[in-house]
Design a protein around this ligand. Structure first.
Ligand code: FES
Length: 104
């Protein structure tokens, strides 16, 4: 699936996402170092915070309590927030636009 990543300066890049990986890995693999993902995908750091195109929110797996608790630590949390390491790449994500949230 093809997804568009938007960085915190508003620059967009269209990338080919690989099935079986996570959205976090996809963003990192395409050179977006600003997505820190410090814990490496263990759902314990909240530095992989992204905003998801609202049209795609119901195509994602439901948020766990842990993910929700971590997102609460961010001032930038809104109804489109997810931790990208908790989002698997599926064909349903084709056309998704995802925005990296910078915490400062
Ligand atoms: Fe740490 Fe996603 S990479 S919570």
């Amino acid at each position: 699936p093809q997804i568009t990543v938007v960085n915190s300066s508003g620059e967009e890049k269209s990338v080919e996402a690989e099935l079986g990986r996570t959205l976090m890995e996809t963003i990192r693999d395409n050179g977006f170092d600003e997505l820190l993902a410090l814990c490496g995908g263990c759902c314990s750091c909240a530095t992989c915070h992204v905003h998801i195109d609202p049209a795609y929110l119901d195509k994602l797996p439901e948020m766990s309590e842990d993910e929700s608790d971590l997102l609460d630590s961010s001032d930038a949390r809104n109804e489109t927030s997810r931790l990208s390491c908790q989002v698997p790449v599926t064909d349903a994500l084709d056309g998704l636009k995802v925005t990296i949230v910078s915490e400062d």
